[in-house]
Ligand binder design. Structure first.
Ligand code: UDP
Length: 440
């Protein structure tokens, strides 16, 4: 789905209500909340802008819709501006760049780079200004606006994707734009490639514990929420669920999950358990490949009635949270992953995770402590861990609980806001010391 083509320019998100800070106290405690308030004092009414390319779908939109209200809750004038596609092929091309940066080789040409991509960057700012005390520009889609946009005030490029094996030509194309920012933010220090000449910060994304998706649920609450979904798809609520949630995308490696599941369900010890695989995905406006990939997964599934491939489910947020709560295990074995908010969401519900040892997943899944780490194509290990969790639900849940505490400490929204406030204070000259998470 593209944005309405009649809307030709970058636009600002509809105003968000400020979040109530007290709503976060239960998740992070009184002391952390007070610290946030203190940090925010000199930032009252300062403008903090975000620029990205979609309001719906994917991790960035997911985070911004909570981060902007929370920043408002501490008194910051937070704004969210969304990039528009002017030509039908813009998001196809930026998705291609996204894949190339994540190491999927494919041909690209000058017209895509300098025609469509740069043209869209220029057009978005033809009648638009972003004036802020700090602007954060997210991901490759609007990256070139550092040169072609109208910004006033310091700006940082926030890279959410796994750049470890980026195609060299595409990376070199982006470098001058990246170096036109006042700094760059990466999720992991391994993502920082040579050629970045500006200060680099390491910041992990986060989830909002007060959002409908991340409300911590009791099992019975979760089952009540799921009733209509399970009825609609004829899912037997009593069978243990192996769960996977993400966009249908080549890097999410969903085919391997299906293969591994098909094999373990034949295992004699598991025949009585009768597990099912529930895979849920959605489409993002800036990701046009989803439907084709969904079709491929349907082929992979063949006509296995123990495998449920769902797409754009109704009551998405509550159902995702509830599924993560009731699942026996959550599997996320991407081949590349900027961070993987779905892993954070599953751990926050106390559900044990099998995660691949790539990108941001390994910050969250500490092997044998907060989950199990595997190599993305190591099907034997994946099967072994799936089986272990199905046979030992109580022990696995203990690991899930440790994961939950790891998330509480490191990956909840207030931690993210705290880091951004440190950055704002630094770029405004309020604090002279460099941010403690500066890595280059
Ligand atoms: N998501 C969702 N419904 C779906 C699939 C995904 O709400 O059917 C959400 C998911 O809960 C998470 C986000 O989309 O909050 C995906 O973020 P992640 O960092 O895992 O992956 P990305 O899509 O950014 O690569």
């Amino acid at each position: 789905m593209f944005h309405d083509q009649s809307e030709k320019y970058l636009k600002e998100a509809p105003p968000f209500e400020a979040a109530k800070l007290e709503d976060y106290q239960e998740a992070i405690g009184f002391n952390k909340l007070e610290k946030l308030k203190q940090l925010a004092l000199p930032l009252e009414n300062k403008v903090w802008a975000h620029v990205n390319s979609t309001y719906v779908g994917g991790g960035v939109a997911e985070m911004l819709k909570s981060l902007v209200p929370l920043a408002k809750g501490v008194g910051i004038n937070a704004q969210w501006h969304c990039f528009e596609a002017h030509t039908e092929d813009f998001f196809y091309i930026t998705k291609k760049f996204h894949d190339l940066i994540q190491g999927v080789e494919q041909p690209f040409d000058v017209d895509e780079l300098h025609g469509v991509y740069i043209d869209n960057s220029i057009k978005n700012f033809e009648n638009y200004y972003v004036k802020a005390d700090l602007t954060i520009v997210h991901d490759p889609q609007p990256c070139a606006t550092s040169v072609f946009g109208n910004y006033e005030g310091p700006k940082l490029w926030r890279c959410h994707i796994d750049t470890t094996s980026a195609n060299k030509l595409i990376w070199n194309f982006f470098l001058p734009f990246i170096n036109h920012y006042d700094g760059a933010i990466f999720t992991d220090k391994n993502f920082v490639k040579t050629g970045v000449r500006k200060p680099v910060y390491k910041v992990a994304p986060s989830i909002d514990p007060t959002s409908p998706k991340n409300k911590q649920l009791s099992e019975s609450e979760a089952r009540r929420i799921l009733d209509p979904l399970f009825n609609k798809h004829n899912i037997d609520a009593d069978r243990p669920i192996v769960l996977a949630v993400s966009r249908y995308d080549i890097h999410k490696n969903q085919a391997t999950i299906i293969k591994a599941f098909k094999e373990i369900k034949k295992d004699k010890e598991l025949q009585k358990k009768k597990p099912i695989l529930v895979m849920v995905g959605n489409t993002a406006t800036d990701d046009p490949d989803g439907l084709a990939m969904y079709g491929q997964m349907m082929e992979e599934r063949e006509n296995d009635t123990d495998i449920f491939l769902l797409m754009n489910i109704e009551n998405n947020d509550e159902n995702i949270g509830a599924l993560m709560r009731v699942a026996n295990q959550f599997v996320h074995i991407s081949t590349k992953e900027g961070f993987g908010l779905v892993v954070t969401e599953a751990l926050w519900q106390g559900t044990p995770v099998i995660g691949s040892n790539v990108g941001g997943i390994s910050q969250q899944v500490i092997n044998d402590e907060t989950g199990f780490l595997v190599e993305p194509f190591d099907i034997d290990q994946i099967k072994k861990k799936m089986k272990y969790m199905l046979l030992n639900p109580k022990e696995s849940r203990m690991i899930g609980k440790q994961g939950m505490e790891h998330v509480r400490e490191n990956f909840l929204l207030p931690s993210l806001l705290e880091k951004y406030m440190v950055l704002m204070r630094y770029y405004l000259g309020i604090d002279k010391n460099q941010p403690y998470f500066k890595i280059g």
